[in-house]
Design a protein around this ligand. Structure first.
Ligand SMILES: [Zn+2]
Length: 130
């Protein structure tokens, strides 16, 4: 899978080489850059050592290009929304957790949600449809 990821607001490309890049803001207002894996289910977070994240805190994720707040208000305020584009040009909404240490990813495909990660049941009960 070699999907591209774009911002839902400016459609700028968030994936560069092997990272999906976000601007992040901690609850105390500190800001930094975090790099996530483009691979669904890989929860590696890369960042500068001076930007420390604590498990359980909610990090606001922003587009590094247009600075839009990516919070997925229509789904859950703990999730951020980006768009994936596959090699056929097909687009899906991807929701990722903004809670540090929470491992869940959702792919919204029409009326169905596909869940990934060991914490996937934290949001969207079984059989959720939109
Ligand atoms: Zn943007």
């Amino acid at each position: 899978m070699n999907n591209d990821y774009v911002c839902p607001f400016c459609r700028g490309h968030l994936k560069v080489k092997n990272s999906v890049i976000f601007s992040a803001r901690k609850p105390n207002g500190e800001r930094g850059i975090i790099l996530l894996s483009p691979e669904i289910g890989n929860y590696t977070v890369r960042k500068h050592s001076s930007f420390s994240l604590e498990d359980g805190e909610r990090i606001g994720l922003y587009c590094p290009i247009c600075h839009a707040n990516l919070m997925a208000q229509n789904y859950n305020n703990n999730l951020a929304r980006i768009i994936s584009i596959d090699e056929h040009g097909e687009e899906n909404i991807i929701l990722i957790s903004e809670i540090v240490g929470e491992r869940c990813t959702y792919i919204i495909d029409g009326k169905k949600v596909d869940r990934f990660g060991e914490d996937a049941m934290n949001y969207f009960g079984a059989g959720t449809e939109f």
